[in-house]
Ligand binder design. Structure first.
Ligand code: GLU
Ligand code: ZN
Length: 556
């Protein structure tokens, strides 16, 4: 067969040559060992936590080796394109410190030397290289209808034989030039398939950067490399794009493991140097039935990156958390480098889990509380306001109205050696601090006191609060304030000494801790709060008096 003639029949349109593209996209001049890798999502705009996880890691691998990190949009499946999808991906990842060196569109920091970065704009490239394969007798047109193909598939399933387009199922593999010409002239649609000559009995060895040496069955299937619309499926676009963008490492999800053989065959047919892979295991969770499964967009809110923004997790917490699950040596590094930014940590593939990291909310909470505890009150305030302006109008208004007061609140047990770790995410703050704002304060109900205090009675509460306010002075330091609580305790029949109380509990109504507890509940309607001394100072005498009035009203 005259393959050159065949190629011209199938691709009569004017196309560049493969050499043209090889020359256009120069080899990158980078430091030895520099990793060039990419994130290659479809433009749905939906950012999956698994995507962030992989992308965060790939970005670090590229940057720490002084390589490049590229965003390539895989939109050959046109149905899925949504408005602003690309922008949402870029800004969504940017929020977590992921900065692309090359992206589609007129976005800042674009270096378009290897573009276009949208597959739908690279159609000519794919056609050029598919034509080359036809010209070399390595690919051929397939005219089979989808009905024909699914009938074959059914027959294969029934006969329990290998599925696919091979052997006598590869009907179009040996069509004559004349047959093909007639069909083309009749306007019959065709796809292009790779001519494969192998069997699953042949094994190939691949060295994966995360999984190490893999022994895989070779591909036997004459896979489609161009669909009838002349856009490629994933496999062929992957080979052309990663080769011409001068990518040297593909970091992608491990759902592609079974396709490695097919992908390498395409690289080989094209005479491209085989590419290196790092297949990342997905993040999993233990479901209600105790089984491990991937976190899913449909079932798990935490699968969406937007969830972390909505809840108000600082980006650093998420980064920190990703590294904790991704690299087993991160936590030890963090212990020794408490204040270094995550960028200083060297990520590595060999510390990555092969079976799939487990999503762990408790761990995220823990990590995030520590991250936030290290921030100054002013920083927490600024970032909180940044969050409330999008997600909580009511609190936003109060934070702006009472700015200095709010910063003082946020400073309680902060900016010290062992700061309080009670804030996991910005959305916690309203719940934690609502009692500081009269607009949000709800007095405690009577049952709450009865539930918490065995010897509760209204007269005591009134008594305690009256004495507390009478003796309260803004000038008191903490020790003086504390001593006053003790004095007041014994004046109302509560012990001012823990040892004495423990020796004869029946001799007292309770101890000074209970008294402080009652003061706390009246002032804050909480049984647990940060330092009561600080709270009293922030509320001030006048507002404390109002709260006592409110409490008495509720209790009567
Ligand atoms: N578009 C593919 C995906 O989203 C890209 C995989 C890859 O990174 O090569 O799964
Ligand atoms: Zn066919």
């Amino acid at each position: 067969m005259d393959y050159k003639k065949l190629a011209n029949l199938l691709f009569p349109m004017e196309l560049k040559t493969p050499e043209y593209y090889e020359d256009l996209y120069k080899q990158r001049v980078l430091k030895e060992g520099a990793i060039v890798t990419r994130f290659a999502p479809s433009p749905t705009g939906f950012l999956h936590f698994g995507g962030l996880y992989t992308s965060f890691f790939a970005n670090r691998i590229a940057k720490q080796s002084e390589g490049k990190y590229i965003l390539r949009i895989e939109d050959t499946d046109q149905k899925r394109e949504v408005a602003n999808g690309v922008r949402d991906i870029i800004t969504g990842l940017f929020a977590f410190g992921i900065v692309f060196d090359e992206t589609p569109g007129n976005v800042e920091y674009v270096d378009a030397k290897y573009g276009p970065y949208k597959q739908s704009e690279r159609k000519d490239i794919y056609m050029t290289f598919a034509k080359k394969l036809v010209q070399e007798g390595k690919a051929y047109p397939c005219f089979c209808s989808s009905e024909q193909l699914s009938a074959d598939r059914k027959a294969q399933e029934k006969a329990k034989t290998l599925l696919g387009y091979y052997g006598h199922y590869a009907r179009c593999k040996n069509l004559s030039y004349e047959d093909i010409e007639t069909k083309v002239n009749n306007g019959e649609k065709f796809a292009i398939r790779l001519k494969v000559d192998s069997s699953p009995n042949n094994k190939i060895i691949v060295n994966d950067a995360i999984r190490g040496e893999l022994r895989l069955s070779d591909n036997y299937n004459d896979v489609v490399i161009l669909k009838s619309d002349f856009l490629p499926p994933y496999n062929f676009a992957h080979a052309c794009d990663d080769h011409l963008m001068r990518v040297n490492l593909v970091v992608r999800g491990d759902e592609y493991l079974p396709s490695i053989a097919e992908h390498l065959q395409i690289f080989e047919a094209l005479n491209f140097e085989p590419i290196k892979y790092a297949h990342v295991a997905p993040i999993q969770k233990i479901d209600e039935n105790g089984n491990k499964r991937k976190i899913s967009k449909r079932k798990d809110p935490e699968a969406a990156v937007s969830f972390y923004n909505e809840q108000g997790y600082p980006a650093e917490s998420v980064q920190e958390y990703i590294l904790t699950v991704a690299n087993s040596n991160f936590e030890a590094w963090r212990k020794n480098n408490e204040f270094l930014p995550v960028e200083k940590f060297i990520v590595s593939f060999d510390k990555m889990s092969i079976s799939g990291a487990l999503f762990d909310f408790a761990k995220l909470a823990d990590v995030s509380k520590t991250v936030i505890s290290k921030m100054s009150a002013k920083e927490v305030y600024d970032r909180l306001v940044n969050w409330t302006s999008n997600y909580d109008k009511e609190l936003d208004m109060l934070l702006r109205k009472y700015k200095d007061y709010s910063i003082q609140i946020l400073n309680i047990e902060r900016e010290q050696k062992k700061p309080r770790k009670d804030i996991e995410k910005w959305s916690d703050i309203k719940v934690l601090n609502s009692y500081f704002y009269d607009e949000l304060f709800n007095p405690t109900k009577k049952e709450d006191y009865e539930f918490n205090y065995d010897n509760f009675n209204l007269a005591d509460v009134q008594n305690i609060m009256e004495s507390y306010l009478k003796s309260y002075s803004e000038q008191d330091d903490k020790q003086t304030w504390f001593n006053k609580i003790k004095v007041l305790s014994s004046s109302v029949g509560y012990s001012d000494d823990m040892k004495a109380y423990k020796a004869t509990p029946e001799g007292f109504k309770g101890h000074y801790g209970d008294v402080a507890g009652i003061i706390r509940v009246v002032l804050t309607s909480r049984t647990q709060t940060p330092d009561l001394y600080e709270i009293s100072r922030l509320l001030g005498k006048e507002r404390m008096e109002k709260r006592v009035e409110l409490a008495v009203k509720v209790l009567k």
